[in-house]
Design a protein around this ligand. Structure first.
Ligand code: NAG
Ligand code: NAG
Ligand code: NAG
Length: 327
């Protein structure tokens, strides 16, 4: 538990440092409160309000009723997801008919990303490495409810070992006589447009390490979802794994990302607000990870008095929920 708090504190502390460095005054004043709403931790891609939606879909396996599971695990006060297999969608035809970004010329496969893809002043090995490591913690999210499949993107924010006396709620364990007692909760940050409520969370999956069709991918199941804050379009999707190797690997990837993110942030701290680099790693059309690169634009004042930052970075259906990397 202490580690958990420490980690959260560290992440929030870095956001607070950013606020102190740059957020002075309110919307529209100088220096502008750039980080106030699109802050470095919670900024997500919401260019497309709705995620990619495919209709008439169904999961391939039989799902175990949730009630059975709850009965079987009376010592636990949480109710958990039913089991799901990843649904395959025809992202290629969805990509081919895309009206938003025909041809997808600006969508760079993450494994092909080079420093030369960036604007001249951002052609830096550390930035390239930061974006690649952001890719390591970027996931595709699939949500299937009533035959409708939504796909979006998210970022693994934190992993936390379960400390309650509860068996692992993943479907393999639920269908086993010897469910594991050691398991981890993964916190994935995404958009409420991708995962709207607990019913959707229970019917969601995250696909990790989906760089291309030959990558060794991992699917993990969603459990429940919480909003980042009241009125926020950002949410935390809680997922589960009882694979210790995966948990260790993810812990390392998250730590590495935070470390390089912070050092690159400090290195490019002086970049002016309107010249900032805005990079998105996402799963457009539910396909493999792609990188899009753009810059920041105007702040737009919205009805509640807050500001929203405009950006030029391309997004497509399926990009919703991806982390906005602003430098
Ligand atoms: C949906 O699925 C049903 C049965 O699998 C099929 O008969 C129907 O044509 C499908 N509808 C669409 C729009 O694809
Ligand atoms: C955990 O729960 C099981 C049964 O639900 C019980 O037999 C066991 O003693 C519990 N362990 C601890 C450490 O509380
Ligand atoms: C596919 O992605 C993996 C990493 O997940 C990489 O090692 C491999 O080179 C990629 N293959 C192609 C054809 O790009």
């Amino acid at each position: 538990m202490f580690d958990f708090l420490k980690k959260w504190f560290r992440i929030f502390a870095s956001a607070v440092v950013a606020l102190l460095k740059r957020c002075i005054g309110s919307c529209g004043s100088e220096p502008e409160d750039f980080e106030k709403n699109i802050d470095i931790i919670t900024g997500i891609s919401n260019h497309f309000p709705s995620p990619d939606v495919f209709t008439n879909m169904s999961f391939k396996d039989e799902r175990q009723a949730k009630g059975d599971y709850v009965k079987q695990e009376q010592s636990c006060d949480k109710s958990y997801a039913s089991s799901l297999k990843e649904v395959e969608v025809d992202f290629e035809s969805s990509e081919a008919t895309c009206v938003q970004n025909p041809g997808h010329v600006n969508f760079i496969p993450i494994t092909e990303l080079k420093t030369s893809h960036f604007p001249v002043k951002f052609q830096d090995q550390d930035i390239l490495e930061t974006v690649k490591q952001l890719g390591d913690v970027t996931v595709k999210i699939s949500v299937l409810v009533s035959g409708k499949l939504k796909t979006g993107s998210g970022k693994i924010f934190y992993i936390d070992k379960n400390t309650e006396n509860c068996s692992c709620p993943c479907s393999d364990c639920r269908n086993s006589n010897k469910p594991r007692k050691t398991w981890w909760e993964l916190v994935v940050v995404t958009s409420t447009h991708v995962v709207t409520n607990n019913e959707e969370a229970e019917n969601s999956k995250c696909r990790l390490f989906y760089d291309n069709e030959t990558s060794s991918m991992v699917n993990i199941e969603g459990l429940w979802v919480t909003k980042w804050s009241e009125n926020s379009e950002i949410c935390r999707l809680i997922c589960v794994t009882c694979d210790e190797n995966l948990a260790n690997r993810l812990t390392l990837l998250i730590d590495n990302f935070i470390e390089i993110y912070e050092s690159t942030f400090d290195k490019f701290y002086d970049v002016k607000r309107k010249e900032k680099l805005v990079v998105i790693v996402s799963h457009p059309h539910g396909g493999p990870k792609k990188v899009t690169i753009g810059k920041s634009g105007e702040q737009i004042k919205v009805s509640d008095g807050n500001c929203v930052l405009a950006y030029t970075t391309d997004t497509c259906p399926g990009s919703t929920g991806a982390f906005l990397y602003i430098l």
